[in-house]
Design a protein around this ligand. Structure first.
Ligand SMILES: [Zn+2]
Length: 189
């Protein structure tokens, strides 16, 4: 089994991360939160790219983690997005933008009771991670055996309703060229 290869993502991807941040996560952008992007690849014996990024055993497009504790002394970014090279290269630009938006949505700025942004001793903005609103797991076999009584079925229903409603609303307003909806990055704070 071949190993995973970690490489710094291209300047274009870093630029895209900044534009998505500026457009959908303006406060992270204004506070100059730095997010590094790393491509993760794996090749089979015939040099074909394989999906390799997994969370709880399932393939994911990307994942994000915060740079914490003593690591902050050594690196110049606050968070890192790991991107699955296979899934990324097979995704449309619209989906790539949504994937970055998803990862940035996990990052929350820590504030005190008065709403003042918390900073550490070195002046870095304190960040924390927000869990996904939903995470669905299940077995088709259990749904087949227990139908509407299965946890699989109970948990997916409200998600299905809310997701289909959002998709219906958004398809009416979404631009065909997703990158044109993004802010151009002029000055990096
Ligand atoms: Zn997530």
């Amino acid at each position: 089994m071949s190993k995973k290869i970690y490489e710094k993502a291209s300047p274009e991807i870093h630029e895209l991360v900044k534009r998505v941040m500026q457009t959908y996560h303006a406060q992270l952008f204004d506070l100059a939160v730095k997010v590094a992007a790393t491509m993760v690849s794996k090749f089979d014996a015939d040099d074909q790219l394989l999906p390799c990024l997994r969370l709880h055993g399932n393939s994911v497009f990307a994942m994000i983690h915060l740079v914490r504790g003593s690591q902050r002394v050594h690196v110049n970014h606050d968070a890192e997005i790991l991107i699955d090279a296979f899934t990324w290269t097979n995704a449309s630009e619209e989906t790539q933008i949504a994937v970055i938006d998803h990862e940035l949505e996990h990052v929350v700025i820590a504030k005190d009771r008065l709403g003042v942004v918390k900073k550490d001793d070195n002046g870095h903005v304190k960040l924390r991670m927000k869990a996904d609103d939903y995470a669905l797991t299940g077995f088709y076999a259990v749904v087949e055996r227990h139908g509407v009584n299965s946890a699989e079925c109970i948990f997916i229903q409200p998600v299905y309703l809310r997701v289909s409603e959002a998709v219906e609303t958004n398809t009416r307003s979404i631009a065909t060229n997703a990158s044109s909806t993004l802010q151009p990055v002029e000055a990096t704070a």
